[in-house]
Ligand binder design. Sequence first.
Ligand code: ATP
Length: 565
Amino acid sequence: MSDVVAGGAKSMEELVSLCKRRGFIFPASEIYGGLNGFWDYGPLGAQLKKNLADRWWRDMTLTPPVRDGKPVSIVGVDSSIIQNPRVWEASGHVGGFSDPMVDCKESKQRYRADKIFLVGFFSLDQAKELYASLEDAVALLEKAPDASLEERAEIQRLFQTWRAEYSQRAANLGLPAIIVSEQGDSAEEAVAAAQRRLSKRQLKHLGVNFTPPGWAHPLVSAPEKWPRLSPATQTESLTAPRDFNLMFQTYVGATASEDDKAYLRPETAQGIFLNFANIVDTTRVRVPFGIAQIGKAFRNEVTPRNFIFRSREFEQMEMEFFCHKDEARGWLDFWVEERRRWWMGVGLSEANMIVRKHDDDELAHYAKAGAGTYDIEYRWPFTHPGFGELEGVAHRGNFDLSQHEQHSGKKIAYFDQERNERYLPDVIEPAAGLTRGVLALLCEAFTPDESRASKVVMKFHPSMAPIKAAVYPLVNKDGMPEVGEKLVGDLRRRFGHLGLIEYDAKQSIGKRYARMDEAGCPVCFTIDGQTLEDQTVTCRDRDTLAQERISLDRVVDWLGEKIGG
Ligand code: ATP
């Protein structure tokens, strides 16, 4: 698939506009002005998403991976979006699933407080160190976009270390936080913002003093006086941070009283834990085994952004793998590598992915006791040259099952006949975003090419491409449409379950090819005058632009070899 783009990131703006133009993704409720954080999938987007979801479902539940010569055991479920609200108390979401939020009173913009400022108070020595570590990163960054992959990874690492180290230091000192400015997700934006914020004027404005050791700054003990500089207006117009729960609320039944309050699920995982005992009781699965689910999840994100990367309604593909605690570490390693390779199998290039272990202070509430959490990260255009999360693989311990056992009062422990032991299994969770995965496929496929009429070609992996092939009579007469229609019928019978087979007999052939380049269709079959004489068609390859003639009766097999299935 496409290489890392030399010299810079792909343009999100162009990608978003292509997605609209070709019917991949539209803003939801567009004719009413849209709704921030919600998206609709058009014919090509819906098919692309389905291809990715089907592949995941197949590779999890129908033909699962093999370990030590044996297929891993995984079954599927499809649970309710709305559950008894006590589920979310047990899971920790009612109490803890929140982001600190600040509003700008002037611009009405809303920010995640942890994304825009962490204010800190440093001794002179500490301040010097802060500058020094920043300078290292800035120096490296100046070399980008010519930086090598290793150097880019180093930049990424430096920023992570910088952030982790200084927030930890602030916490150790019992201070509110540190000076940081992470407006934006990319390292470049972060540095630019940091530099802006670290200018003298800004520092003064922020109320940051570099105080000699031992001096307590008066602001430390007065959070109400913390600086409130708004990124939008550069004035002190931010409200104090307050916790904002990310779960959407609704009411079940007609009375809409507080007792009827319920939540749209913020993750698919809990529906799996709720059915753990049902599945053990009704199927032949034995630990270790997994339960997989694909479905919608809803989070009232404070700042939805970057197209479908962070939306308020999205889809997840989550699998909870239940195992004995002594085996959890081995399964964690197995799943991290398995999932990384899986993403490569659907077309993401190795160079655009990294596996990152979470820093300890970043671990989610459930992962504290576990063996750690890994993120599989992708180099998004908006994080370039850095990376951002695509999938998390977490060791959740037995946190969820034990919470549900306590809160429901029902016994759900598992009896292991081989070990003659009753226990709550540990859980390894590969949790991927389906819609975020669609964005990764789109970003990877997007390949500008000035030499083509379309100026851009979407180089999807053939197994993911929403349109598998197009059949084009050169002209809409002379017996060509009849041949074309028959061929489309044959191709749909054989490949229709995998994706669309396009037929179009109008427009110039150049325009039709250009449309298929933008749609990412791997091959176009063209029927022309010669077809009627010798029963051959032209196959046009999307990536190489090679045109070869093959006989009509070979087309179905030929396409099968190209796209699989
Ligand atoms: P983030 O830190 O980006 O908010 P998270 O760590 O909270 O994500 P998880 O709860 O682990 O995410 O969810 C698993 C996966 O679901 C993520 O790796 C991501 O692919 C996807 N995901 C999470 N939130 C969103 C969202 N708002 N929009 C789209 N996909 C999401």
